[in-house]
Write a protein that binds this ligand. Structure first.
Ligand code: UT7
Length: 318
């Protein structure tokens, strides 16, 4: 039994924040941001829009593309690092917004690796017979935890959501998955603020040692790609599309080079979306599918990495 991806959907908030606009707020420039990261613009959610609102729109679009009624869902997993509330989970709030109830719904917190963690979890639950029709979402409102005075981080992040529908199938599907984490690196990328006795304790904004993260990501992503291919008995040349986490164009190019893939076989959305953490992979996937580049039967490698450190990848037949 395989978990097969039968639909994708995504949602981006209306407001576009360009590099030029950011340059009026902090000491930066379009040239610096574009040349160091590949980012040109990002989307910012409205004040009233919560992560579950962004997720709802992405899920509705994914269900439509899959031709599935919401009543058929029997598992809902939301990957997010910006939940609506401390609790209930964003997945439970989303379930209520979808208007269907009873089946398991929970959040996965693995920051920018969240979507591959959530997809791997859904895959395991489908393969073991626990679920037959799962919806997996990556959704973020990162603008709420960005320090808009810190030029080192505020130029990087954006808001958005992406979702996929997975169905139990005898036709392949997800071929192999790999997850890793190393808590020794928890200090180089974090938002450590927490609520304690009614007050926020610690820095509530994203803190990142960019260079250290960059070096770790390049190494870890190359390694995990090889392990995922080996687990499925496939070669680098079998990959039709790389759908990577969208943090930095230079990291994406380095991964593609390691895999021997020309950039024409890589889905890049970082220029338009910035880094949307758990949402970035399903947003890129949906863009690849809706633009007609990703076609049925093709082999896709999805890769994510972020705070924790947590990273992983999923190899699948679309
Ligand atoms: O999603 C999780 C994974 N996250 C990532 O993968 C992010 C990984 N890291 C990166 O993408 C890069 O490290 C950054 C884009 C964040 C930074 O690029 P960098 O080439 O590593 O730059 P840097 O941090 O070494 O900074 C170089 C210079 C510094 O100035 P000095 O000390 O050389 O005078 C910074 O202060 O660039 C300065 N700088 C900026 N200048 C203009 C930092 N941010 C900005 C800015 N505009 N926005």
């Amino acid at each position: 039994m395989y978990a097969r991806l039968i639909g994708t959907g995504s949602y981006l908030p209306e407001k576009i924040l360009t590099n030029a606009e950011l340059a009026t707020r902090v000491e930066t420039s379009d040239e610096w941001i574009a040349s160091r990261t590949g980012i040109r613009e990002r989307r910012i959610a409205a004040e009233h829009q919560m992560t579950s609102d962004l997720a709802l729109k992405a899920v509705e679009r994914a269900l439509e593309s899959a031709g599935i009624a919401r009543e058929e869902i029997d598992l809902l997993i939301v990957a997010t690092t910006t939940p609506d509330n401390t609790f209930p989970s964003t997945a439970c709030l989303l379930q209520e917004k979808l208007g269907v109830h009873g089946f398991p719904a929970f959040d996965v917190q693995a920051v920018c690796a969240g979507f591959v963690y959530a997809l791997t979890t859904a895959n395991a639950m489908i393969k073991s017979g626990v679920a037959k029709c799962a919806v997996v979402v990556g959704a973020e409102k990162l603008s709420s935890i960005v320090d808009w005075n810190d030029r080192g981080t505020c130029v990087l992040f954006g808001d958005g959501a992406g979702a996929v529908v997975l169905k139990a199938s005898e036709t392949p599907g997800i071929l192999s998955t790999q997850l890793h984490a190393d808590g020794r690196y928890s200090g180089i990328l974090k938002a450590e603020g927490r609520v304690n006795h009614g007050a926020v304790v610690g820095n509530p904004f994203i803190y990142m040692e960019g260079n250290a993260v960059f070096k770790f990501a390049v190494r870890a992503l190359a390694d995990v790609a090889e392990k995922t291919l080996a687990a499925a008995g496939l070669q680098k040349s079998d990959i039709d599309w790389l759908v990577p986490h969208q943090a930095n164009l230079r990291i994406i190019e380095s991964t593609a080079k390691h895999l021997g893939l020309p950039m024409e076989q890589v889905i890049v959305t970082v220029d338009k979306h910035g880094n949307t953490s758990a949402a970035s992979i399903p947003l890129a996937l949906d863009e690849g599918v809706k633009s007609g580049r990703i076609k049925p039967g093709q082999t896709l490698l999805l890769e994510g990495i972020g705070g924790g450190f947590a990273w992983g990848s999923v190899l699948l037949k679309f």
